[in-house]
Design a protein around this ligand. Sequence first.
Ligand SMILES: [Zn+2]
Length: 218
Amino acid sequence: MKHSTHRLTGFTLLELLIAAAIVALLCAIALVNFQHAKGRANQARCAANLKAIAYALYAYKLDLNRYPLADGTAGLGESMGQTSPGNGPAANGSWDGVPRVLVRLGYLGSEQYLFCPTFRERFKGDRLQRFRYAYNNSAADTGGTIGAPNDVDRDAHDIWLARCLWVPPESSFTPQANDVTYPHGEDHDRENVLMSNSRVELRDGRQDFRKAFGISAN
Ligand SMILES: [Zn+2]
C-alpha cells in the first residue's frame, strides 16, 4: 500500500523541470502570436482611419469646393496654416496634421480617427497630440509629392494625402533617415499611406524619406 501511494504521487525533479520548460515555451509562442495579431489589427484599424479621412476630405471638398488647410500646431484646437517647426501636430512636431475642422463639422465622427491606434497605445495627452496623421495639403490643393511641387494628374500614383508618419520623440524635428522608424508591417518598417486616388497603401517610408531629401540608399 505504501509503495503504490509513493508511485502515484511521485514526480522526479527532472520531470517537473521539463514540464516547466514546456509551459514556458508555449507561453513564449503564444505571446509572439498575440503580438503579431495585435500588430496586424492595429495596422487594419489605422488603414480604416485613413479611409475615413479620405471620405471626410472628399465630402468636405464637395461641400466647400476645396480641401481644408492643414493644422500647423499640435494641440486640441484648430490651427489652420503653416506648421510651426517642432510644434506641428504630426510626426512628433515635424509635419502638418489632418485638420480638426473635419471633426468639428462632422465629416469625421470622432477625433479618434486623427490618430493611429499604435500611437494611441504609446502616447497619452500632450505627447499624443504630436502624432496626428500627417496631411499633405500642398498636394491636396496644388499637387505635390513629399518634396517639390508636382502635377496631381501626372503623378497621381505617387502623391500622398495623409500618412501614419512617425518620428521618434527623442530625435529632433529634422531627423536623418536612420532616425525614422515606422509603426507597421511585420518588422515595423512600413507605414499606412492614403494616396490621392483614395487608396491606402502600406509604404516603405524610409525609401520615400530618402527620395524626398535626395539621400541615396546604402
Ligand atoms: Zn498607423
